[in-house]
Design a protein around this ligand. Structure first.
Ligand code: PAF
Length: 306
């Protein structure tokens, strides 16, 4: 397995593979890998076959974190991640630095001031990075409403990674449903020659969706986190019983259920059309449900098709 740290080295490796007619499968991650990520790596291998190459990127992207969010605390364990990637049959891991990704010709991004500007919509005249990719429709609601600069950071870094890794196919997790929809839209709108695959959410035995942030759930918070899966089960059971159900009433019931847990606070729950992400007033089979819940200070998200 090759470990690649610079944009130039990754692009030249990808171009070499392209010239040889080798298919490239790509799994972008922010590291602290779990079984959910490894299922994406296996999916990438399935898509490119044994003669293809699988690339995993490990990069905690500062531009998708707001200044108030957990960028500096985001869990990292590169040594363990590299072992997991190797065991899962990855051909190359791309692990760039902030400087490599956002200011090759400029100053280091390690100053607190630079971090502030990278994570916000404010432009900073002295930084040498000033180009962003913005999706303007699907990114407004849900995660986009709660985290206004988040998707700008995601689309920007994913576009950059596509230009660096040159994948034929890229795999994203269904757990970030809105992210996957926005990436698909970006790829279609900007004609990136890459096929986007969305792979199913991997869950713990009690239903909690796997996430690097689950590491923060210590003691009773881990038990309380199962309330997201409970809320999903209740929504599904309600619709199964009555075929259709008013979204507003279901949202109220879910808010009450979630907030029975002492450290849980509902950020949002939404019912919407899965293709266009437009909210519906009546929930039925085929409606997509998404929710975000704070468990203590940790914000968890989940979604399912009802
Ligand atoms: O889903 C993630 O881990 C990140 O948003 C991604 C796609 C790797 C971009 O930083």
């Amino acid at each position: 397995m090759q470990i690649v740290k610079t944009v130039a080295a990754m692009q030249s490796l990808a171009k070499k593979w392209q010239r040889a007619g080798v298919k490239i499968g790509f799994v972008p991650t922010m590291g602290y890998l779990h079984e959910g990520h490894l299922s994406l790596v296996r999916e990438a291998r399935k898509r490119v076959g044994k003669n293809g190459k699988v690339v995993v990127s490990i990069y905690v992207n500062p531009t998708q974190f707001a200044p108030t969010e957990d960028l500096s605390k985001y869990p990292r364990d590169l040594k363990r991640d590299l072992e997991s990637c190797r065991a899962a049959g990855t051909d190359a891991v791309f692990t760039p630095t902030d400087k490599e990704m956002y200011s090759r010709w400029g100053e280091s991004l390690s100053s607190p001031d630079s971090k502030k500007y990278l994570g916000s919509t404010e432009s900073r005249p002295t930084t040498n990075y000033s180009t962003y990719v913005v999706e303007e429709k699907l990114s407004r609601a849900m995660e986009g409403a709660s985290r206004p600069t988040h998707f700008r950071g995601v689309t920007t870094i994913v576009a950059k990674l596509f230009n660096i890794v040159l994948p034929d196919v890229a795999i994203f997790g269904q757990k970030d449903f809105q992210q996957a929809a926005i990436i698909k839209r970006m790829v279609a709108d900007l004609n990136f020659p890459v096929k986007i695959i969305v792979a199913p959410t991997v869950r713990e035995r009690d239903g909690l969706a796997m996430s690097s942030r689950n590491k923060y759930l210590v003691g009773d918070l881990r038990r309380q986190a199962t309330v997201l899966w409970c809320a999903i089960q209740i929504a599904r059971a309600t619709v199964k019983k009555s075929k259709t159900f008013p979204a507003a009433k279901l949202k109220d019931a879910i808010k009450k259920l979630v907030e029975c847990e002492p450290d849980a606070k509902l950020d949002y729950v939404e019912f919407f059309e899965p293709e266009i992400l437009l909210p519906v007033s009546i929930v039925k089979s085929g409606t997509q449900m998404a929710l975000a819940v704070f468990i203590g200070k940790t914000r968890l998200i989940d979604n399912v098709r009802i």
